[in-house]
Design a protein around this ligand. Structure first.
Ligand code: B12
Ligand code: SF4
Length: 452
């Protein structure tokens, strides 16, 4: 089972820390369906360079993301030339099945929990179909994830976990509706199963990769109740409306939430309506930041630049707001129309897609014709936003209004993340990155708790 490296991984801009964060959870999930006497290996090209030239398994499984599509197809072609059966699945295969089918013996559309066991049975009988489409969406009876196949020492955050799939919202630029077409697009695990999976994870720190951990309030409340007293420290993602909903953030904090990824997306209200980001429309962003900070939770904000309401002033305005609101970390993206999304269809119909070089669909390059500025202004503004947000002066300013323990945590977390990359790189290259995990846990947790 291979997670191929994205093309960026071979470029000088490659940031090892970004790709040494999380292990290939999707593949480890699929491996759980194999029988005990099947031999299986997971190769994550972001953290290891395995020599695959003489490799001849019965089946090779490749997970294809848009930015790793080129490498995925290259590997698939090489395996097929050696007579190995190639199964391709994942987000990009679901978006563009015909493109992927040219490189595969079997392709898989959507999540694999229903189609993959079906394929295994078919393949053992010698009757595998060329195409499997997921329709039955459930996480009931999910076998334990094969975490034993993950090389934990190569990741800063080996304990990534998902307890739901999809999201109840429908934003135009998001992968979600295209990936889950043909079945439910938001569903959760049974709370007890999720708690059992958490219990199986060693150590303290967890990172929930769910698109929207607060998406189902009843589920979230029961989960947080069950997690109380487990001694975990964790991070997760949610939306502005869910953060503003009374009571949930506090319950999450009591269960160990210390940093939350929030899709603010844009400071221009008109963009929100255009992108059908309805849950953000008319919301008080200052109140969102305040609410998380008051509860003791750091904010990791996500912003997208290049929507139709954005002019060249958007970068400065966004950074100014983010610093003023005391956000600890931020990720910026250039709006990227992923194939299959409503945004892509709109852009394609208006002839605004400039090229289909998937390597550059990485949210760092402009691949569409923006309305309010030139592509050059958009790319330059994107990089400027990163530089400005993570300037020491701005990190100080963002932290300065906070009480002392929170200020220390802000400085340590934001500074540690962006300012010490050479140190991270050295740890990764010497395979010591997991040793930094206690430091992350302390930063997330102890500084604040010690002061309470
Ligand atoms: C964690 C994560 C990362 C991590 C690590 C990824 C990893 N190690 O797998 C990091 C930080 C490295 C990362 C980086 C990027 N990411 Co990212 N990431 C995610 C995130 C939040 C969770 C992925 C995950 O683990 N899901 C849970 C597991 C269980 O699901 P899964 O991996 O999809 O696997 C299931 C199915 O896809 C399917 N499946 C997959 N492969 C196969 C193969 C076969 C044969 C079968 C049967 C089934 C199958 O079955 C699995 C079980 O259901 C997703 C959002 C999301 N919710 O998926 C974004 C997401 C995948 N990332 C995205 C993007 C854009 C990026 C970046 C380009 C961002 C950037 N600006 O740099 C980079 C490039 C990634 C790359 N390798 O090319 C987009 C992908 C868009 C696309 N169309 O491909 C997503 C969807 C976010 C978004 N909302 O736009 N990412
Ligand atoms: S809220 Fe986030 S995950 Fe949900 S549809 Fe919108 S962008 Fe996608």
């Amino acid at each position: 089972m291979i997670l191929p490296a994205l093309t960026e991984a071979t470029s000088p801009l490659f940031r090892p820390i970004k790709y040494s964060l999380f292990p290939p959870l999707g593949l480890a999930t699929l491996a759980g369906y194999l029988s005990p006497d099947d031999e299986v290996r997971i190769v994550d090209e972001h953290v290891e360079r395995a020599d695959l030239t003489d490799d001849r398994p019965d089946v090779v499984v490749i997970q294809v993301y848009i930015t790793s599509a080129r490498r995925s197809y290259e590997l698939a072609d090489q395996y097929r030339a050696r007579g190995v059966f190639v199964a391709l699945g994942g987000l990009h295969v679901t978006s563009l099945p015909d493109e992927a089918a040219a490189h595969a013996d079997a392709i898989f559309l959507g999540p694999g929990e229903d189609t993959w066991p079906q394929f295994l049975a078919d393949h053992r009988r010698g009757e595998a179909a060329p195409r499997y489409e997921s329709t039955t969406r459930t996480l009931q009876g999910l076998p334990p994830i094969r975490r034993d196949l993950i090389k934990r020492e190569r990741y800063l955050v080996p304990n990534s976990i998902v307890v739901s799939r999809g999201c109840p919202h429908h934003c135009d630029f998001c992968y979600k509706d295209a990936f889950f077409e043909g079945g439910k697009s938001y569903y959760t695990q049974a709370v007890d199963d999720a708690l059992a999976e958490i219990d199986r994870l060693p150590g303290k720190h967890l990172y929930f990769l769910d698109d929207h951990l607060f998406g189902n309030r009843r589920f979230a409340e029961a989960l947080f109740e069950g997690m109380k007293g487990m001694g975990r420290v964790w991070q997760a993602a949610s939306t502005v409306d869910a953060v503003l909903a009374p009571g949930l953030v506090e319950k999450a904090y009591a269960a160990g939430l210390r940093s939350m990824f929030v899709g603010f997306e844009t400071v221009n209200e008109a963009n929100l309506t255009e992108q059908r980001k309805r849950q953000n429309v008319g919301r008080d962003y200052d109140a969102v930041a305040r609410r998380l900070h008051d509860a003791g939770v750091m904010v990791n904000a996500s912003f997208v630049f290049g929507m139709d309401g954005d002019g060249p002033d958007v970068f400065g305005r966004t950074v100014e707001w983010a610093v003023g609101a005391g956000l600890e970390t931020a990720t910026f993206h250039i709006m990227t129309p992923y194939p299959g999304t409503a945004l892509y269809k709109r852009m394609q119909a208006d002839d605004r897609i400039v090229h289909h070089d998937w390597d550059l669909y990485d949210t760092r390059h402009v691949v569409h014709r923006p309305r309010g500025m030139t592509p050059e202004q958009l790319e330059a503004g994107y990089w400027q936003a990163y530089r400005d947000f993570y300037r020491w002066g701005n990190i100080w300013r963002g932290a300065s209004a906070k009480p002392l323990p929170d200020r220390m945590r802000h400085l340590a977390y934001a500074g540690g993340w962006k300012k010490f990359e050479p140190l991270w790189d050295a740890l990764i290259r010497s395979r010591q990155v997991l040793r930094a995990l206690p430091l992350l846990e302390t930063t997330l947790n102890r500084m604040r708790v010690a002061a309470q």
